[in-house]
Design a protein around this ligand. Structure first.
Ligand SMILES: Nc1ncnc2c1ncn2[C@@H]1O[C@H](COP(=O)(O)OP(=O)(O)OP(=O)(O)O)[C@@H](O)[C@H]1O
Ligand SMILES: [Mg+2]
Length: 294
């Protein structure tokens, strides 16, 4: 496992912020095996110094963070890395249209003998001082989200009729992620968005992408790496690009791998041919494993 603080030092992240993180970790060490087991591993690192500094500053200031941006801009990678950097247990909570407040906070259930409270992920996270990753937070209905208001603002408490009132632990933070701008995405209502510090996630820079490729595919030839980095510049889905490279490593030709992982993700025939042209101009379709990896 990579030591994330060492990584951030090398990235040139401000030493003031990193000292702040160390002080936070000393003040709130993960408590016991159960919490340790929830601290995410840092096998995928987020590249982007400015975003790191802004995110660390917001969390050190006690704020909650909303990561907004197009698909595959590293929102979940960063959210996990942040929990790992602060060394706090994380709860990954996928938001969806049919969730309600009791799904987040918890509900009374009958255990065969008596009625007991079965806590939900937001309740647990608040109580244990965890990092709650509210994934695709905009996908839930406003009524379900309303229970988060008092947890996310200066009140830092959860007070829902019929439940025990609890204070949000001082180490707890909430990190929302949301997509926008394509079919099926929704806006987040203002009552909720005003309770977050909002980061617009940039697409990875070409230099950082080359570093990412070098780290993830150490055997890849330098020149080919640059060619792949270049096509991603053209607003192609980075997740698909990484998948395609992984398939070429298994012996699929570059053209077919890119077809499966990038081109076929578009369901419009005309757009598909445009993407195919962008790729074809930079990566010969018949490149195979031996040409890509040295
Ligand atoms: N700046 C970056 N640093 C490191 N990895 C990145 C970066 N941007 C994108 N990636 C890579 O892109 C892939 C997708 O990342 P992730 O799942 O975090 O994206 P996301 O923004 O949550 O996407 P979605 O909106 O589709 O859920 C991962 O392989 C991740 O490593
Ligand atoms: Mg995501």
């Amino acid at each position: 496992m990579t030591d994330i603080i060492e990584f951030l030092k090398k990235e040139g992240v401000s030493s003031d912020l990193l000292e702040g993180v160390s002080a936070f970790r000393a003040a709130y060490p993960a408590d016991g095996e159960k919490q340790e087991g929830r601290v995410p591993l840092t096998d995928i690192l987020y590249y982007g110094k400015k975003v790191w500094e802004e995110a660390l500053a917001a969390l050190l200031a006690g704020k909650n963070l909303l990561l907004c941006g197009p698909k595959a801009t590293g929102k979940n990678v960063l959210a996990d890395d942040l929990a790992s950097c602060f060394h706090r247990p994380a709860w990954n909570i996928s938001f969806h249209i049919s969730m309600d407040a009791s799904w987040l906070i918890g509900a009374d259930t009958f255990d065969g003998n008596r009625v007991v409270f079965r806590p939900g992920p937001v309740w647990l996270c608040a109580k244990e001082g965890g990092f709650g990753i509210l994934d695709e937070v905009n996908m839930a209905r406003n009524e379900a989200l309303a229970v988060l208001h008092s947890a996310l603002d200066h009140r830092r408490m959860i007070d829902v009729p019929g439940y025990e009132k609890i204070d949000v632990h001082p180490a707890a933070r909430f990190i929302g992620t949301m997509n926008y701008g394509y079919a099926g995405t929704r806006d987040l209502n203002e009552a909720l968005s005003s309770r977050f510090v909002i980061l617009q996630m940039p697409t990875i820079s070409e230099t950082d992408l080359e570093r990412l490729l070098a780290a993830r595919f150490p055997g890849m030839k330098g020149k080919i790496r640059s060619q792949f980095a270049e096509i991603s510049e053209r607003a192609l889905d980075l997740r698909g690009l990484l998948d395609a490279i992984a398939l070429t490593e298994k012996g699929i030709k570059a053209g077919d791998a890119l077809e499966m992982c990038v081109v076929n993700k578009t369901f419009d025939k005309y757009e598909r041919s445009l993407i195919r042209d962008v790729i074809g101009a930079r990566i010969p379709a018949d490149l195979g494993r031996n040409e890509i990896f040295g």
